[in-house]
Write a protein that binds this ligand. Structure first.
Ligand code: C2E
Ligand code: CA
Ligand code: CA
Ligand code: CA
Length: 279
């Protein structure tokens, strides 16, 4: 696998599938990865649009494979979803993110909230609320510092008591973000009815700001809608100054993207936290 590149993400799924690896083998290697603690989190700063200060961070999963190097979640999360292993892997990520956030607070660094991505399968588990409660108890993180990110389609299913679970977690002080907003089917009604704290605008909308007049209109409308419902807005995938200026001008409250920082290792993020820069 050496010739695949010096570092970063190498193909995982297609490669193994070509080699005849079936789902069962892939499941096995994910299982081992969990047991061998090969997963890690990177953290990407979320920036306060008005002040340029860091307002939070998103925890993003990585697999540090002993041979293949760092593997992107896009390569293994689909398999983890299919096999159900996303449940223990996701719980590991939640626990790790809470533990790290608490450790940074204890070290006297700025107290930031951490956003953790949830799979639909996690939230549909009957004991999901208990799991989250236990993780907060064990790690000692205050619920006010945890955001859970769910995609639109999960939010609106109305099945498996998802609604009531979201409500109980909200009443504990946990906040919910709707991820990849604009790519699914959120009913505006749902936003009104539900304790959604934040909409994360999918980066496909942000990417189109410069060329696409219609997209700009849609983006303005989404921001206005969020304002009237008193919901915060995070724009994802902000890569250019022009995108940043447009989003700031139209009242987007938070920004996330390579323009400010890529997802960083724990060590690197800690350096940034100590410097507490203004972007
Ligand atoms: P997401 O939740 O939408 O996360 C944002 C993705 O956009 C991340 O990719 C991030 O690195 C990338 N990104 C951030 N800023 C920019 C930018 O300016 N330009 C571009 N082109 N990309 C940017 P990543 O880390 O590869 O994660 C991909 C997806 O994997 C995530 O999308 C999320 O759906 C999933 N994922 C990551 N960690 C977890 C996890 O712990 N649990 C679950 N269930 N899913 C996860
Ligand atoms: Ca996310
Ligand atoms: Ca997203
Ligand atoms: Ca996404």
């Amino acid at each position: 696998a050496k010739e695949l590149g010096k570092n970063n993400y190498q193909l995982f799924t297609p490669e193994l599938e070509e080699a005849g690896a079936g789902l069962l083998e892939l499941e096995n290697s994910l299982h081992k990865a969990l047991a061998r603690e090969e997963f890690e989190l990177q953290y990407q700063p979320i920036i306060h649009a008005e002040t340029g200060m860091i307002s939070g961070m998103e925890a993003l999963l990585r697999w540090r494979h002993p041979v293949r190097g760092l593997i992107s979640p896009e390569k293994f999360i689909p398999i983890a979803e299919e096999t159900g292993l996303i449940v223990p892997i996701g719980e590991w990520a939640l626990r790790e993110a809470c533990k790290q956030t608490k450790a940074w607070q204890e070290a006297g660094l700025p107290s930031l909230a951490v956003s953790v991505n949830l799979s639909p399968r996690q939230i549909k588990k009957h004991n999901f609320v208990e799991t989250v409660t236990r993780v907060l108890d064990d790690t000692g993180l205050d619920a006010a510092y945890l955001y859970l990110e769910i995609t639109e389609n999960v939010a609106i299913t109305g099945e498996d008591n998802v609604d009531s679970k979201i409500k109980s977690l909200c009443s504990m002080g946990i906040r919910f973000s709707i991820d990849d907003f604009g790519t699914g089917y959120t009913a505006i009604n749902y936003l009104k009815r539900f304790p959604v704290n934040t909409l994360k605008i999918d980066r496909s909308f942000v990417a189109d700001i410069e060329e696409n007049h219609d997209q700009r209109g849609i983006l303005k409308a989404i921001i206005a809608l969020a304002h009237s419902l008193k919901i915060e807005i995070v724009a994802e995938g902000v890569e250019t100054d022009d995108q940043c200026d447009f989003l700031r001008q139209h009242g987007c409250t938070k920004l996330q993207g390579y323009l400010f920082s890529k997802p960083l290792s724990t060590q690197h993020f800690e350096v940034i936290l100590r410097e507490n820069p203004q972007f």
